[in-house]
Design a protein around this ligand. Structure first.
Ligand code: DSN
Length: 413
């Protein structure tokens, strides 16, 4: 019996139930992944017990002998992995990381330019629902309605018209690679800070299958738990010239003490990402996405931009006669977990939009390959119809569980 089992059966039971659920279902949420057992272990240590306001060598509490070494280790690994001049590993997650960049370089009311949320941007890229859209004058660029691709000429036009303080590149739902040289040129043309939010594709950058924004951007933010496969947290990378401004914005500007136990997990994940096996993983993520996308297209699904060259797909379900929400709910009943999503030019509300988003980081981590991608596409084809039969959804859930059985999720193996 574990200590948790002895002392809190309620929580223990939920942990076990979640383990079983994650093992028995197919996870296609593009922003999720499974951490290794080493990462999980590193997050559950006595580093939970320490406050460390400040930075290594300059803390506001005593007793940092090990915390300083730990944070320095994570910083050095992050710099090495991405070739960055400076790294801050303290942001609690992606949204605070992005907010810290606003705090470092803009004042309330200043203009920022980023990708529209409904075209694949993120809330913190200036959505009206977010502090970044309430406190700053956010202007948005859209995808080209014909191609579903970023239109760099249009971004340049908007940048010249609005003269943003910060130009934001990056996305939560764009299935293609970004042209960072183009973004750099646009930022230079209007004297903007270039922020690249690589939260979604950081693991692909680490694995060498996506261009690295670090040489081009003033600042790069990333979460650590998506393709990068670490614990929930974030990192800000920047040029040395911006290091002070970024560090001051994170602490004391926005946060208190860093979550040291999470820093330990991030350090472990970064070491894993530095190994050659991670490049193999990243390559497989992209290959699985390509196979799944091609099969979905073959089966008549409408993929925004026609496919993918990263880890994710955005699918407009209008031609299937099913909304994104209905599809996501029925897929969940069939053991396939993904999220409903707005699509470019969305005409429905965000709580029941026209599309779904899916990605391959998690399934690739558990060892799925092209054969499993074809199977997933065939199940999606069966489930995403106006009125799927309840018993068939239950039967597919059983088939999904059987397929998953030999592929133990990392962390449980
Ligand atoms: N929630 C994340 C995603 O799903 O893309 C972004 O923060």
């Amino acid at each position: 019996m574990t200590v948790l089992e002895q002392q809190d059966q309620d929580v223990y039971r939920l942990v076990k139930a979640e383990e079983a659920y994650q093992q028995a279902t197919i996870r296609l949420i593009a922003s999720e992944n499974y951490t290794s057992k080493a990462v999980l272990e590193a997050c559950g240590t006595v580093f939970q017990n320490k406050y460390s306001e400040g930075y290594p060598g300059a803390r506001f509490y005593q007793g940092q002998i090990n915390c300083d070494q730990l944070e320095t280790l994570a910083i050095e690994r992050a710099k090495k992995l991405f070739g960055a001049e400076h790294a801050n590993v303290q942001p609690y997650s992606g949204s605070p990381a992005n907010l810290a960049v606003y705090l470092a370089f803009a004042k309330p009311g200043d203009t920022v330019l980023g990708l529209n949320l409904s075209h694949g941007g993120h809330l913190t890229h200036g959505s009206k629902a977010s502090a970044t859209g309430k406190w700053f004058n956010a202007v948005h660029y859209n995808l080209n309605p014909e191609t579903g691709l970023l239109d760099y000429d249009e971004i340049l036009r908007l940048a010249k018209e609005h003269r943003p303080k910060i130009l934001i590149a990056g996305h939560s739902a764009y299935p293609r690679q970004l042209d960072f040289a183009r973004f750099r040129a646009i930022a230079d043309e209007v004297g903007a800070i270039l922020l690249v939010d690589m939260a979604h594709f950081a693991g692909l950058v680490a694995g060498g299958v996506h261009p690295n924004p670090v040489p081009y951007a003033d600042v790069v933010t990333t979460t650590t738990h998506k393709t990068l496969r670490g614990p929930r947290g974030a990192i800000i990378l920047c040029k040395e010239v911006h290091a002070k401004a970024i560090d001051k914005a994170v602490f004391p500007g926005l946060q208190g003490g860093p979550h040291n136990a999470t820093t330990a997990g991030i350090a472990v994940a970064l070491a894993e990402a530095l190994r050659p096996s991670f490049a193999t993983y990243a390559k497989a993520v992209v290959e699985n996405a390509r196979v799944l996308a091609n099969e979905l297209v073959k089966r008549g699904f409408t993929l925004i931009s026609g496919g993918t060259d990263n880890h994710l797909m955005l699918v407009d379900l209008t031609n299937r006669g099913v909304t994104g929400k209905v599809a996501a709910v029925n897929l969940e009943k069939a053991g396939i977990v993904l999220n409903y999503n707005t699509v470019p030019g969305e005409t429905r509300k965000a709580s029941d939009p026209s599309g779904i988003r899916l990605g391959t980081p998690s399934v690739t981590s558990r060892g799925f390959g092209p054969a499993e991608m074809l199977k997933i596409a065939s199940w999606m084809d069966e489930v995403i119809v106006p009125e799927p039969r309840g018993e068939r959804l239950a039967a597919i859930a059983a088939e999904v569980e059987a397929l998953c059985r030999p592929f133990t999720i990392p962390g449980l193996a």
